[in-house]
Design a binder for this molecule. Structure first.
Ligand code: DAH
Length: 339
């Protein structure tokens, strides 16, 4: 039996020494010292020994158990440490590796234009005002001097919500809110979405963007209007651009004009973009109609002003030679990446 014990000690010690993982070590412990383990079996069979042999073998067996337990414990500590070291070694980060590139989007061309416009007008002392997209008939039409018979009131052009509420068809109603709520003088631009029930095609979208401008002060003349808009056109399209004021009609301004700039494509020679004209229309403007001033509580004998409005999509299409408005809304990165 003593010999059996020595053999157990030998093979257990050997297995402990050569074990590679904490798991393996636990299996060895169960194999020898567990309830059904080899050493446990020997200890159990000691009852068959004589009275004299029992204490001697018992002592040896206990010594072996203690020795094995100690060996298991030491090996466990050693294995745990090397497993930990291994883990740390595996997790080393090579900080000299180049970082993964993060794909960052670009500013949408309409936002780019809006930012440019805002900077130009802020630079001239204008304030940016935001309006509302749902208006009443009074703000969208009446207060802008559009009579009950005006064609824009037609359901074909306007998205009505109720008989007297609608999605604004232009940014012009912001003029009225500003005149009602703000102290004079006024010098503001109001960018935002506008809505018209147009069929979608290369130049029409039921939702698009405009920027409105309004200046009201004493002694404002058409000369001020011309100066501001010519300056704006040069800042936006470049110094070489020529500006033309062409008489036009708008109900809310008198006199009214449309502004043309030399065609950005051909420089004025005439091409397919400007239809041979050499000039392209970019905005509408005029001196604020006295009716409009009076309806908003401004004394038209003391104050005058000018207003203008333009389409942000149109300006962007002209500046970058974009031939289809739908490209702005489709979010195709191949298009958006070019700006
Ligand atoms: N509201 C006009 C439109 O949507 C643009 C416009 C023209 C605005 C003349 C103005 C203006 O303020 O004076 O076509």
């Amino acid at each position: 039996m003593k010999e059996q014990l020595e053999n157990i000690k030998k093979s257990a010690t050997n297995e402990i020494e050569t074990s590679k993982t904490v798991r393996e070590l636990e299996d060895i412990r169960v194999k020898y010292l567990g309830k059904k383990g080899e050493l446990t079996a020997v200890l159990k069979s000691m009852k068959n020994l004589s009275k004299e042999e029992r204490p001697i073998v018992g002592q040896v067996a206990n010594e072996i158990r203690e020795a094995l337990e100690a060996a298991l414990k030491d090996k466990k500590v050693a294995l745990e440490k090397s497993e930990q070291d291994q883990k740390i070694a595996n997790e080393v980060i090579d900080i000299t590796l180049p970082a993964k590139k993060v794909a960052i989007g670009k500013m949408h061309p309409l936002d780019k234009t809006l930012e440019e416009l805002s900077n130009i007008f802020i630079g001239m002392g204008y304030e940016i005002v935001s309006g509302r997209e749902i208006e009443s008939g009074y703000y969208n039409f009446d207060a802008l001097n559009l009579g009950k018979e005006h064609p824009a009131r037609d359901e074909q052009d306007t998205f009505y919500i109720t008989a007297d509420t609608m999605l604004r068809t232009a940014t012009s109603p912001v003029q009225v809110h500003t005149m009602e709520n703000q102290e004079l003088p006024i010098r503001m631009v109001a960018p935002g979405k506008v809505y018209r029930s147009d069929e979608v095609d290369a130049t029409h979208s039921p939702i698009f963007h405009q920027i409105e401008g309004l200046v009201i002060d004493k002694d404002i003349t058409f000369g001020d209007l011309k100066g501001v808009l010519a300056e704006f056109a040069k800042k936006f399209f470049g110094d070489k651009v020529e500006v033309k004021f062409r008489p036009h009609y708008f109900p809310f301004t008198e006199p009214s004009a449309e502004v043309d700039v030399t065609c950005v494509m051909c420089g004025g020679k005439g091409c397919s973009v400007c239809k041979g004209e050499g000039f392209i229309e970019i905005l509408g403007c005029g001196m604020v109609h006295p009716n409009v001033l009076e309806m908003s509580g401004i004394d038209s004998s003391k104050y005058q002003g000018f207003a203008f409005g333009m389409g942000i999509e149109r300006l962007t299409m002209l500046k970058y030679n974009i031939n289809d408005i739908r490209l702005f809304y489709e979010n195709d990165v191949r298009f958006l990446d070019q700006f």
